[in-house]
Design a protein around this ligand. Sequence first.
Ligand SMILES: [Zn+2]
Length: 299
Amino acid sequence: MAVHAHPDDESSKGAATMAKYVAEGVDVMVVTCTGGERGSILNPKLQGDPWIEENIHEVRAKEMAAAREILGVRQAWLGFVDSGLPEGDPLPPLPEGCFALQEVEAAAEPLVKLIREFRPHVITTYDENGGYPHPDHIMTHKVTMRAWETAADPDAYPEAGEPWQPLKLYYNHGFTRARILALHEAMLARGAESPYVEWIARWEKSEREERPISTRVPCGDYFEVRDRALIAHATQIDPEGPWFRIPLEIQREVWPTEDYELAHALVDTSLPEDDLFAGIREGADIAASATSATSATSA
Ligand SMILES: [Zn+2]
């Protein structure tokens, strides 16, 4: 289960990982906390279209449905309203009723309910800084942590279904300094222009700490699926923009993984890992062989 703030986040953070697991037969669910109603239209070809602006909620739901099909995942909405990214100095207050202003305890209930229904072994979300400082991303972290802590507690949210214990929780870390620098340098080494010059300059001024990466999932074969899913969010992405400037063969050669930080595990695993299900598959195999041994005996 991959918990994300807005429609399109699932396609830019961990999408190739999901596509790989789907191809291997894993049942994957994306949870989208908000409808993305306050996202700007970032594709220059669609900017200024009054129909899109008036119907942005429906437009983004349709885009999400297309991305869901491409990735081969299930998807559920938590139904909260996008908080928007406040800009200015001082920052304006968040709009009334938005996701980031909800009480964490109450806002976690629909996610607990989904966890108890879908019964995931692994959950992915953002770290406490949101991965990037959007109030909805930080709130997504808080709500997911609350759900992780309470989904198996029979005294918590008794109306939200039978308790279920997920086994591992990860933070998405797709945009590490190491990865961006490696791609940047690979482009320069080939005499090509790097789309990351400004990004790297901003970093040089910031104090942002690098997070520890515990898990690198090889998924280069699914980068093309990831990009198709992202392009399906047509209002949110410029297909000619910097997202797509690095040829896939360079990405596959230089950084063929999507990367994660293991935040919690209730199974044994040794780090570094290359599989979000490490320590869980082994358990499942043991359970499966135990069952077949029992049935062999009884037969
Ligand atoms: Zn987002």
